[in-house]
Design a protein around this ligand. Sequence first.
Ligand SMILES: [Zn+2]
Length: 313
Amino acid sequence: MKFFLTSLLLGGLVLVSPAVVSAASEASQENMEGQAMIKPPSSASEQASDTSEEQTEGTISSSDSSAGMDWSAANTKNQKTQGSFTVCVDAGHQGSWVDMSAQEPMAPGSSQTKNKATTGTSGNFSNVPEYEVNLEVSLVLQKELLSRGYNVIMTREDNDKAISNKERAELATEEGADITVRIHANGANDSASAGALTMAPTSSNQYLNQDIIEKSNTLATCIINHYCDATGLGNLGVISSDNMTGTNWSTVPVAILEMGFMSNQKDDLYITDSSNHETMAKAVADGIDEYFSLVSPAASEMPSPSPVEEPSE
Ligand SMILES: [Zn+2]
């Protein structure tokens, strides 16, 4: 009886928050990881919602420096600054026929290795492989970001490309990305696990400096809140993990979006429905817009009026 009661209690505990418990383990499983930690989603959400409203207003209103500005050219929000920023969009995984089982270090200087990449999960209801929906949404996101004036780097534009997680981070560095957004979908054994989440490094990540860590968490918060507000999918908040190869090798702020659980009927059918991809991509782009309105990673690189006269003929 005592055993029975204990089992009931344990069962009850698991039932208290199945989504959150599974999110931690399955985000880890999906990424072949083991030590993800969860931050309370509520605090992350509340914090971001507050700044979100503030910043949306802030970016729309003009400042003194707008005097004489050509408003006909500034017909979209943030257009003036977005052209200076480069976003690396990393569609997670690749086709299952691409052998990525060779090992690579999980982080600079680390003796721990992981597969260069994995195949990812697949939809239990849609039967769509994760690498496919990741790419589809990433391509729509690319188009959306370009329309907003961003420069965009794609780590892959088909399912055949063999590029490891480390190489994806290196590509972003080589191409001068200001941020990297990694598009993934989740999977769990429990079909009740549902909702979207983002992943960012912990404050004690030994491979990334504090500036990148903080900005990565800001980026992750901006994206998950816009994404869940727009899609109506559950918001599991930002999960911290230092076991992501593509994140540890990054030299710029980076966030992973897990768009939803492909093991959950509602999530799976939503994210694999291409009629939703524009909503999803616009929401991620809104999160990126908000991120750049909060931080200015490329401020020092932005062209400023030169005190030196232009050479004339
Ligand atoms: Zn994935």
